[in-house]
Design a binder for this molecule. Structure first.
Ligand SMILES: C[S@@+](CC[C@H](N)C(=O)[O-])C[C@H]1O[C@@H](n2cnc3c(N)ncnc32)[C@H](O)[C@@H]1O
Length: 273
């Protein structure tokens, strides 16, 4: 938290007191933008996959550059939240945890990136949060440990979680189901390691088309994306012994141009039966 907000405060001060020419020189000298790739789009080059998925698309998120770029992209969003204007997905994840009505749950977030949802939950719920972040990228969890030194981070794959049965109260699948080819296993694993609730956060869905695989570039690296037929997704959730209790709208994500059908994202709050 200190890490992100401090760098933003410094930037704001620099913007106020330094002339643009000097700011540019300093930026270059200090290498500020070397790896943030601010000119590289978060998402681009969407294409429906009709053949085999080549393995490079399964490891794009593990590239070190992605961790740094993703982290940099979220710094202003966190700042915005601290100024009282949380983005839709931040608001949804906090509301989802609140809706479980658990007093002091242990939350494991799968696909945690550099762990900003820990900051989001602590800030929006206005209380300390028991949280463990898990990601399959060493670079993401490393960055998480640096940003939130008192929080635990673990490296692991969503399809084979390195956790015992019923290890947590809430398994938060953090905008990750859409990036996992083995999403069936990921749902099964989510259910296995939670005692009470699974939150499938910011899942892109459509209504008519069956579940569709896309490839795209995320922060400059090749990744896959699963856009779920909502009925198929809800069947899978039910087959794994979970009951859908609440649904919240999350971030707008309309890929109509690629899918010829409107897509949206929702956060599904499911209880263990
Ligand atoms: C879009 S980011 C989501 C970050 C954050 N949880 C959020 O809700 O905004 C997806 C994250 O999932 C991670 N990820 C992708 N595939 C994964 C897998 N198979 N197992 C664990 N993490 C994975 C990526 O490294 C990336 O940090």
């Amino acid at each position: 938290m200190v890490f992100t907000s401090t760098s933003w405060k410094l930037k704001a001060i620099a913007r106020r007191v330094l002339p643009p020419s000097l700011r540019r020189v300093l930026k270059h000298r200090l290498g500020k933008n070397r790896n943030t790739g601010q000119d590289i789009p978060v998402s681009s080059n969407f294409e429906v996959i009709k053949d085999e998925v080549s393995s490079e698309f399964l490891h794009g998120w593990q590239d070190r550059s992605v961790a740094e770029r993703q982290h940099a992209a979220f710094v202003p969003l966190l700042q915005q939240m601290h100024e009282g204007n949380p983005r839709e997905d931040f608001a949804a994840v906090a509301k989802a945890v609140q809706m479980t009505a658990l007093k002091n749950p242990l939350i494991v977030e799968v696909g945690c990136g550099s762990g900003w949802n820990f900051e989001v939950l602590t800030h929006l719920l206005k209380r300390p949060v028991r949280y463990i972040g898990l990601d399959y990228s060493f670079a993401m969890t490393g960055l998480g440990k640096r940003c939130y030194p008192n929080t635990q981070f673990v490296v692991g794959d969503a399809t084979a979680l390195p956790l015992r049965e019923e290890a947590c109260d809430i398994l938060l699948s953090g905008t990750v189901l859409m990036h996992v080819l083995g999403y069936r296993e990921a749902i099964r694993e989510s259910r296995r390691v939670t005692r009470k609730w699974c939150i499938f956060h910011t899942v892109p869905v459509l209504q008519k088309r069956s579940t569709t695989l896309l490839r795209k570039s995320a922060y400059g690296q090749p990744v896959i994306e699963v856009i779920f037929n909502e009925e198929e997704l809800l069947d899978l959730i039910e087959q794994n012994g979970l009951i859908l209790r609440h649904v919240l709208s999350s971030l707008p994500y309309n890929l109509e141009e690629v899918l010829q059908e409107v897509s949206k994202t929702y956060t599904y709050i499911c209880e263990v039966v």
